[in-house]
Design a protein around this ligand. Structure first.
Ligand SMILES: [Ca+2]
Ligand SMILES: [Ca+2]
Ligand SMILES: [Ca+2]
Ligand SMILES: [Ca+2]
Length: 334
């Protein structure tokens, strides 16, 4: 009896440890686990836009479900600009400012400027909760720096998503090199332990592709209620292969691609059945000569000109094309 109880207890512990490990590995990473994107990238403001960053800043939002009551942390991997991972121009001289905001003014559904899309708009809205400047620092090279702890209620509450919203702004305040980095929203200061039900999103996605022909990167915009068409815009894709749009109903729509230091755009129709789900924007590298260190920016807007969100964990899961099966009627045997 006692032995049975112990085995029961051990089994339960293993089960929960399994859950914890799974969520820890595949939790709120930015870029997300399905995206196959190695890094976000932000250049110093003296950089050239032809290196793939159009505005030298990147804004991400984190959503914390209302029922999550514990403190949490925002961990930044390789926040420095130097040593491993980063993109050198001449010598490393870039300084990058990371700032975390909460409170009123953060929620981009209530405050348009918070999205960071309007030229000259003030995207640093909300209460500044934490910030730090990173230069070329071995201490933070190939390592995490942790912001926090934060209380969920320090965020900007959004009723529709039943979540508190936080914002992290990364700005290249000096220099011309590219800072490559990643985020993880964590329950733990020193480890990546996911906050269940949390998510992250941006409106202007600036990211680095893998230096690998076979690698396909994905980003997952959410198609909200009322959307009938979208306009995609991509920047500095370096003519690197194809960008395809896939969903349950789209096998792969080719979109016009940018080359060097330019934007290209096109309109994509949305089926009613695609509303309230995610699209899969796929980035397939050109075969032959490898396009190295390709940084790219993507934005989307709906038919009314409102920007769409790209979620790190696609809402409704990764969409998979469902080919229509042709039902051929077989004549009944006589
Ligand atoms: Ca580094
Ligand atoms: Ca430099
Ligand atoms: Ca870095
Ligand atoms: Ca590029």
């Amino acid at each position: 009896m006692k032995l049975h109880y112990s085995i029961y207890k051990i089994s339960i512990s293993i089960f929960f440890l399994g859950l914890l490990t799974a969520s820890g590995l595949f939790g709120q990473a930015v870029p997300g686990k399905d995206e196959n994107i190695p890094f976000l990238v932000t250049f110093g403001k003296e950089g050239k836009t032809s290196w793939g960053d159009d505005d030298f800043n990147e804004i991400f939002f984190f959503t914390i479900p209302k029922d999550f009551k514990q403190q949490f942390y925002i961990r930044v991997f390789d926040p420095d600009c130097g040593g491993e991972h980063d993109e050198i121009q001449g010598e490393f001289n870039t300084k990058t400012l990371f700032s975390v905001y909460g409170g009123k003014g953060v929620d981009p559904e209530k405050n348009e400027d918070s999205k960071g899309l309007r030229k000259g708009g003030n995207y640093k809205t909300g209460n500044l909760l934490a910030s730090k400047v990173f230069g070329t620092e071995a201490k933070y090279d190939n390592k995490y720096y942790t912001f926090g702890p934060f209380n969920p209620t320090e965020g900007d509450f959004n009723i529709r998503w039943n979540s508190y919203i936080f914002k992290i702004v990364c700005e290249g305040i000096k220099g011309d090199d590219g800072n490559l980095y990643r985020y993880f929203l964590s329950r733990d200061q020193d480890n990546n332990i996911a906050v269940e039900g949390a998510n992250a999103f941006t409106y202007a996605y600036t990211f680095r592709m893998w230096n690998d022909f076979k690698s396909v990167a994905h980003i997952y915009p959410y198609i909200d209620t009322g959307i009938v068409s979208i306009k995609q815009r991509n920047f500095d894709w370096d003519n690197d292969g194809k960008i395809l749009v896939v969903s349950r109903y789209k096998q792969g729509i080719d979109v016009p691609i940018s080359n060097e230091d330019n934007w290209d755009e096109s309109k994509i129709p949305i089926e009613p059945a695609e509303v309230n789900s995610s699209l899969d924007f796929q980035f397939h590298k050109r075969q032959g000569e490898l396009v190295k260190n390709n940084n790219v920016v993507v934005t989307l807007e709906n038919q009314r000109g409102d920007a769409l969100k790209f979620y790190s964990s696609p809402i409704g899961g990764v969409p998979v094309y469902q080919p229509k099966t042709n039902i051929t009627k077989i004549a009944p045997k006589k």
